[in-house]
Design a protein around this ligand. Structure first.
Ligand code: HEM
Length: 158
């Protein structure tokens, strides 16, 4: 298998682990937590369970980014970023950038503290807000998966 095919396989595998995990947290874990226990326990439960996913999300995001740029390089596709028909390429980089910022910068440095402070005064509202943000991120990610899978097989060019 040459580098291009390996990068393609690794890219898709990384996306499956990463966005699939986000889908699980959003559609299964968060609704179950919202139904469980008292409001004070919900945030603690969410942090314990999502904490284990955060490690998987971090390395799969790195792998998706590295294999993605490897693909751009092997396809020599840098000029696509100057062509609006390839908006799904911009969408991929945007989704990757938002998650990278959240997982490596905002969450460890700032978000965790803010969530704790907000949860102390309004635990139910905080878990609802977390759910809403997860639904938004999942919707944007799935739209990107759809457009990238279709676009990389010729959609929009003929
Ligand atoms: C730094 C970030 C990223 C870069 C540079 C990147 C780059 C690429 C490139 C160059 C391709 C191949 C396009 C082609 O064959 O014409 C590709 C395919 C694809 N990417 Fe990304 N990508 C990135 C992040 C993402 C993200 C965040 C997602 C999902 C939310 C995603 C989903 C996909 C999918 C579904 C394909 C199509 C795979 C296939 O059908 O074989 N990528 N990506």
């Amino acid at each position: 298998m040459d580098g291009y095919f390996l990068a393609r396989g690794l890219h898709v595998a990384a996306i499956v682990l990463w966005i699939g995990g986000v889908a699980f947290v959003t559609t299964v874990l968060l609704p179950a937590i919202e139904r469980a226990g008292g409001h004070d326990e919900q945030i603690a439960l969410f942090e314990r369970m999502e904490g284990s996913f955060a490690r998987q999300a971090r390395w799969s995001t790195v792998l998706a980014g590295m294999s993605g740029f490897w693909l751009v390089h092997s396809l020599d596709a840098w000029n696509r970023f100057a062509d609006a028909r390839f908006w799904w390429m911009h969408a991929m980089v945007l989704v990757w950038f938002v998650f990278t910022l959240m997982l490596f910068v905002l969450e460890p440095l700032w978000l965790k503290r803010v969530v704790h402070a907000r949860a102390a005064s309004d635990p139910a509202g905080t878990i609802r807000l977390i759910s809403k943000l997860h639904r938004l991120l999942l919707a944007i990610s799935l739209l990107t998966v759809l457009a990238a899978a279709a676009g990389s097989h010729g959609w929009g060019l003929r």
